[in-house]
Ligand binder design. Sequence first.
Ligand SMILES: [Zn+2]
Ligand SMILES: [Zn+2]
Length: 345
Amino acid sequence: MKAFRLVGSGNTALVDVEQPSPGPGQVAIQIGSASFCHSDLELLHLPDNVPGIPLPVTLGHEMAGWIGAVGDGVRGWEVGRPVAVYIIQGCGWCRACEAGLDNVCEQGVIHTPGVHYDGGVAEWMVVDARRIVPLDGVDVRTAAPLTDAGLTAYHAVEWIRARLEPGVTVLVLGVGGLGHLALQIVAAISAARIVAVDVDPAKVDLAKRLGAEAAFVSGADTAEAIRDVNGGRPVDVVLDFAGVQATVDLGTDVIARNGMMVITGMGGGQVPLIHGFGGPARRVPQETPVVTSFAGNRADLYRVLDLARRGLIHVETTAFALTDAPKAFAALAAGEVLGRAVINP
Ligand SMILES: [Zn+2]
Ligand SMILES: [Zn+2]
């Protein structure tokens, strides 16, 4: 079968490999969709000898497909069932993992397909049965991005869910793979007003199409523009899907006292959380929690799939054949893909 692999630092290749078969406790999945994520680009630029990342490795940590074979000891799953794959597998026995919160595994284990073992940009893959969830009614050919971009966006929204009363304003910073889904999730589960910001005019348009009441291309006067459309008031919630210094600063400038900031983008921006009368003027206001949100838990995946199943959210995708995976990856690197680049083998 064909597989798109990371073969060494900075190098990928579409290669022929042996079709994998499931061991005990595993299933083989015939891939219906797999998608690229920005973290695949970070993986590309890692050095060759990172412990736990064996090269070559088939890329792709977002995938969905049909069960094609079931290993010894696996019960409750039958061949032909459409499934998605939960992207993180923690240690499996700590208190967090036992509660299904693998994203905060106490051992820090984030065993992920397409990183630590062969992933989904291939015709087939093998995973532990413990990590699959039923798709049942979600389109297999477009479902892949829901398992990471969707999961992570849903988890970010979960932090603020109790705050989403009518009259509340949510600011979404970054309308890429995650932000465009978070925006739809907020619109689907609440009557909150949504304002969005991106550096790309096409993504600002996308935000408006998906339910943002106002959206702006970021610039010097963006904070003022946000307050203007919000009746002169600061916003109640910030969801930051970039997490770079510019978005963290913008969020800090427009968040209300007793608001909440959720930072999902791992852009390395530093949050000025200072409590006291002296020091810099730019700071998170009092009584405003700041959360760094990472991936999501199993319950989040079930919930985001349910929103998709009911047609309340959809992923903007650009589809590629598996043989065009190198082209799709290059387009991602060049920032030329609107929505998610999805591979359909
Ligand atoms: Zn990812
Ligand atoms: Zn654990």
